[in-house]
Design a protein around this ligand. Structure first.
Ligand code: SAM
Length: 193
């Protein structure tokens, strides 16, 4: 799913936090560059260029697409802040764990959610976000903006089970905390489906 959202023909594709390079066989671009903090993770796959370094430093002024899959929200938020991604045109993210503050931050940094998909894998839901530069379409309300404007607009078939799962797992989230606000928004959105 992640690879299918990478714009065809874009190069290079920067795989931020590539770990063992699990993504590479699926990305159509030959110019995938892996960026990984931990050297030992790269030793198993030498067939693509990769660098052992803080990917955020590598991305300054780099054109192309950045993929950030399974990376903590903190790193993705830092990547979105200028100048780290100043020159790239697409950011494909699989935020981990829940992206409480991610989407408002995406918008505040001058990006928007162009496409979003939900994937269910081994009893867990994952959100895949294809962000592009620009204002994008109207979000369709504050709750949709927080939880997935394109998931709501496109009636993603997994949206209701995703929200139900989210509310059930996080039912003890403290009201008023970012997590609690996220869960409250999920409850309200669920009631409208
Ligand atoms: C859970 S793994 C995700 C692996 C892979 N992207 C995937 O989706 O299967 C996250 C990886 O990101 C790396 N990482 C975290 N912050 C990074 C940064 N600033 N630059 C490069 N790698 C980073 C970690 O070392 C770890 O190997």
């Amino acid at each position: 799913m992640v690879a299918s959202l990478v714009q065809p023909g874009t190069a290079p594709v920067w795989d931020l936090g590539c770990e063992h390079g699990q993504l590479w066989p699926f990305v159509p671009s030959r110019r995938v560059v892996g960026l990984e903090l931990r050297h030992h993770l790269l030793t198993r796959r030498g067939q693509r260029p990769c660098a052992v370094m803080d990917g955020l430093a590598a991305l300054a002024a780099a054109p192309g697409t950045v993929v950030a899959a399974g990376i903590g929200e903190r790193v993705v938020l830092a990547a979105l802040a200028a100048p780290a991604l100043a020159a790239c045109t697409q950011l494909v993210m699989v935020p981990s764990p829940l992206p409480y503050g991610l989407r408002p931050h995406v918008r505040a940094c001058g990006w928007y959610c162009h496409r979003e998909r939900l994937v269910a894998e081994r009893g867990r839901f994952h959100v895949v976000i294809d962000a592009r530069r620009g204002p994008g379409p109207a979000a369709g309300g504050a709750d949709a903006e927080l939880l997935g404007p394109r998931l709501v607009a496109n009636h993603d078939p997994l949206l209701a089970p995703y929200l139900e799962d989210l509310v059930a797992r996080r039912r003890h989230a403290a009201a008023g905390s970012p997590e609690g606000q996220f869960v409250a928004a999920a409850r309200r959105l669920l009631a409208t489906l």
